[in-house]
Design a protein around this ligand. Structure first.
Ligand SMILES: *Cc1c(COP(=O)(O)O)cnc(C)c1O
Length: 390
């Protein structure tokens, strides 16, 4: 098999004596040893084998192997949620006195980790305001341990030049470069091939893709993932077998789904650009996006999120959301169903007006996670709600 998609579909936990076709759900907390000697050898890591589902389980291993194929990674780890993966990718490496450099537009809970939790443990941080590589370079200090970012960002859809940033590793070999690649998915963007060390995901989003279960995953260089393994073995944020089984099956259709998400999202973004009811629409593969060239360079397509600002501020935004007929309001994304959210009063409600403005979040900003429905139905629902609330 040469094709990645074929390999991902065909990657499967070893077939059991029952000769099943589709992978079974391995609901077992532990695994037996054939002999006392085998138990000793597996614990001594002289022989490979499953021990306990907090460390590994056939379902989580299959899920990880599939993500590794998608991301072109050596190895990886599965987590109970995206935040468990993000937390472990920091906590496995930092110690008191270390420093983190991060982009400012990051997932809300990641922002809380960096600004509230890690400072309690003596870890400081610098948020970089721009996507200019020189500004990132200037922010790196002798005690910087981790450079972290999300690209495209949430909800502003700002990009960072991953290849140019990863080149900073030549100057700062002590720094670990980590990306939260959740918005792009490994189907659209493969940061490890551009020089990043670790890629983390909320598998809750596009990987499951159907809004059912929580999950997280981190993949990357073997020596770093091994260090993370020590952390998760002893702290226990492991993904459940059920969630791994569910999400692993979903990965078989990730590419198909992402093609449709992206196609629908681009069509919607183009339709929005033509209306008079919008101040601004952001989508990485719109030629009006300030980083359109970069988007084409490092992403296969623009992703499933479209962010736009309605005329009339918060009051109009609320009426617009309430006027949607098919599209529902819920704080998830990456679902087969289109979802609308109002970042200023939900995910980013705790920030001040000026902090929100820095992230491109205005009172009239709507974030749309474009689903897999027919694109005409999605566009028509948005246009009728805009029309009704003029
Ligand atoms: C949702 C999300 C997370 C957190 O993932 P959970 O699975 O909800 O814990 C982290 N990063 C990004 C970019 C997300 O969208």
């Amino acid at each position: 098999m040469k094709n990645d998609q074929s390999k991902i579909i065909r990657e499967q936990a070893p077939r059991s004596a029952t000769r099943e076709h589709s992978v079974p759900l391995y609901l077992t907390s532990s695994f037996i040893f054939d002999s006392a000697e085998q138990g000793r050898a597996i614990f001594a890591e002289e022989e490979e084998g499953m021990v306990y589902s907090r460390y590994a389980n056939p379902n989580t291993t299959e899920f990880i192997n599939r993500v590794c194929k998608l991301e072109k990674a050596d190895t990886g780890l599965a987590f109970a949620s995206g935040m468990a993966a993000v937390f472990a990718s920091f906590a496995s490496f930092i110690k008191s006195g270390d420093h983190i450099v991060s982009s400012r537009a990051i997932f809300g809970s990641t922002h809380q980790l960096i600004t509230q939790l890690f400072p309690r443990w003596g870890v400081t941080y610098t948020y970089v305001e721009s996507s200019d590589v020189e500004d990132w370079e200037k922010s790196i200090q002798p005690n910087t341990k981790i450079v972290f970012l999300e690209s495209p960002s949430n909800p502003g859809l700002e990009l960072f030049d991953l290849e140019a940033l990863a080149k900073l590793k030549n100057k700062f070999p002590q720094v670990i470069f980590i990306i939260d690649n959740c918005f792009a998915t490994p189907y659209l963007q493969q940061p490890l091939t551009l020089g990043f060390d670790i890629s983390v995901h909320s598998a809750t989003k596009y990987m499951d893709g159907q809004g059912r279960v929580l999950g997280g995953v981190a993949v990357g260089k073997k020596e770093l993932i091994d260090e993370m393994m020590f952390f998760i073995r002893h702290t226990g944020p492991a993904m459940s077998a059920f969630n791994a089984w569910t999400i692993s099956k979903s990965l078989e259709t990730l590419g198909l789904r992402m093609d449709r998400h992206c196609d629908n999202a681009l069509a919607l973004a183009q339709a929005l650009e033509k209306t008079n009811e919008i101040v601004d629409v952001k989508y990485p593969f719109l030629s009006s996006h300030p980083q359109y060239e970069l988007a084409k360079k490092q992403m296969k397509a623009g992703g499933g999120i479209v962010t736009f600002e309605v005329k009339g501020g918060k009051e109009r935004a609320f009426r617009f959301i309430d006027a949607l007929e098919m599209i529902l309001y819920t704080s998830n994304l990456g679902d087969s169903r289109t979802i609308a959210t109002h970042p200023a009063t939900t995910t980013h409600a705790k920030l001040s007006d000026s902090e929100r403005a820095d992230l491109g979040i205005m009172p009239g900003t709507i974030r749309l996670s474009v689903g897999l429905e027919d694109k005409e139905d999605i566009i028509n629902d948005i246009l009728q709600a805009l029309d009704k609330t003029k």
